[in-house]
Write a protein that binds this ligand. Structure first.
Ligand SMILES: [Mn+2]
Length: 406
């Protein structure tokens, strides 16, 4: 079975108020080509399909078009789980229509995917937290944990919320219990998979995730994931990486595009996993990363002057990129100067003035030349319109002196 793991599409997400949906559409087109080219059997989308509970209509349309193309009339199964950004009920809502296309959707941990025909394939068994699928004679058992908020997790754990002495179990311990209970569904003759949208301990944040861990309580340890899993497909972290403590079997696919300037130092990927199980033996378990294109890079331009910045905008007018413009200057950048830059380069996200160091030093020198008393006298004169009398000045200086000594 050939599986493609992706996550964190965040359809409809903006950057500084600018839409990224053109780029997301490019990604979705290329993504369906990858899926075709790689001859994928199962696509797993591990949460955060949308960026918000209330995505723009265009984002929803893009998602449905992509699903339709990916499924290829039910030829290929697609499993979608909700992330912390998705509205779980809304994500599941098109389920009845999606089923004919071979699309399985799970919004919350207690979601049960009904057994039966999905597109050209079968769901042979299921319950809260697991689904067994059959694709061309190959069987896969998938443990599912759509984004488990505290409340959603407790709805499926019943007796597992407290330990033997009645103390509340830690979040990580509860996730451990959850998978521990479900692990019995894994068999030797099935391809055993896990998918969730969760923050795994020791993973490195990409820089654009909305925190789901409050003071570290929502972090799960690598040992929480079942040992028998051939592959663990996670969402939430936007930087592609191996999940610590999973012996290389667990991955974050990461998001398909750079969402902000903190992310531009690393590439974007999706994962192709090939697993072959025959007569209770794992004959193949390969993970391969596929690099994704950068459609419209986020760039930081450092310019030595306003004139240099305008020139750079002019020279790069035809290039497609988002720009943070950092400009060294000794004055506030004027409206008309910014207008000129934006005439050449519409996709300037922010103009950031950097006061030149020479100027700052000069100012400092000027300030330190004067004694504190002189600076105060000047201030008093300006504020009150009269000279500060010696008594006030002495009192102030003695206070300053005391403060310095203590
Ligand atoms: Mn995300």
């Amino acid at each position: 079975m050939k599986i493609l793991h992706t996550a964190d599409w965040h359809l409809g997400k903006n950057i500084e108020g600018h839409s990224r949906m053109d780029e997301q559409e490019c990604f979705l087109n290329d993504f369906s080509e990858i899926v075709e080219r790689e001859d994928i059997d199962l696509v797993i989308i591990a949460g955060d399909v949308y960026d918000s509970y209330n995505p723009p209509a265009r984002a929803e349309k893009m998602f449905y078009e992509a699903l339709k193309r990916l499924s290829n009339h039910g030829e290929r199964l697609i499993l979608v789980i909700a992330g912390n950004h998705d509205n779980p009920q809304r994500l599941e809502a098109p389920g009845p229509l999606a089923r004919d296309h071979g699309i399985l959707m799970a919004g919350v941990p207690k979601t049960i995917i009904e057994p039966g025909t999905y597109g050209n394939h079968e769901v042979v068994d299921s319950g809260a937290g697991f689904v067994e699928i059959q694709i061309n004679g190959e069987k896969a058992m998938i443990l599912l944990l759509p984004y488990p908020s505290e409340k959603r997790l407790n709805e499926v754990l019943y007796d597992e919320v407290t330990d033997d002495s009645g103390n509340q179990k830690s979040y990580s311990d509860r996730i451990f219990s959850y998978f521990n209970q479900l692990e019995s569904h894994f068999r030797e003759d099935t391809i055993n998979l896990v998918t969730s949208h969760i923050f795994a301990m020791g993973s490195e944040e990409g820089g654009s995730e909305r925190s789901i861990q409050l003071g570290g309580t929502y972090i799960v340890e690598g040992r929480c994931f079942p040992d028998m899993a051939h592959y663990i497909a996670l969402g939430h972290i936007h930087k592609p990486q191996i999940i610590p403590g999973t012996k290389g079997r667990g991955r974050y696919a990461g998001s398909p595009i750079h969402f902000n300037r903190r992310e531009i130092t690393y590439g974007k990927k999706c994962m192709v996993v090939e697993i072959v199980v025959e007569n209770g033996k794992t004959l193949k378990n390969n993970i391969r990363e596929i690099d994704l294109k950068i459609y419209k890079p986020i760039e930081v331009w450092q310019c030595e002057s306003v004139e240099a910045a305008i020139l750079k905008c002019q020279e790069n007018a035809e290039r497609s990129c988002w720009v943070y413009l950092e400009i060294e200057t000794d004055h506030y950048i004027r409206e008309d100067e910014i207008k000129k830059m934006k005439e050449y380069k519409a996709d300037i996200l922010e103009v950031i003035p950097r006061l030149t160091t020479i100027l700052t030093e000069e100012k400092l020198e000027k300030l330190t030349e004067q004694s504190f008393g002189d600076v105060f006298k000047e201030f008093y004169r300006k504020e009150r319109g009269t000279e500060a009398d010696d008594e006030v000045l002495e009192l102030l200086l003695s206070l300053v002196l005391q403060e310095e000594k203590s």
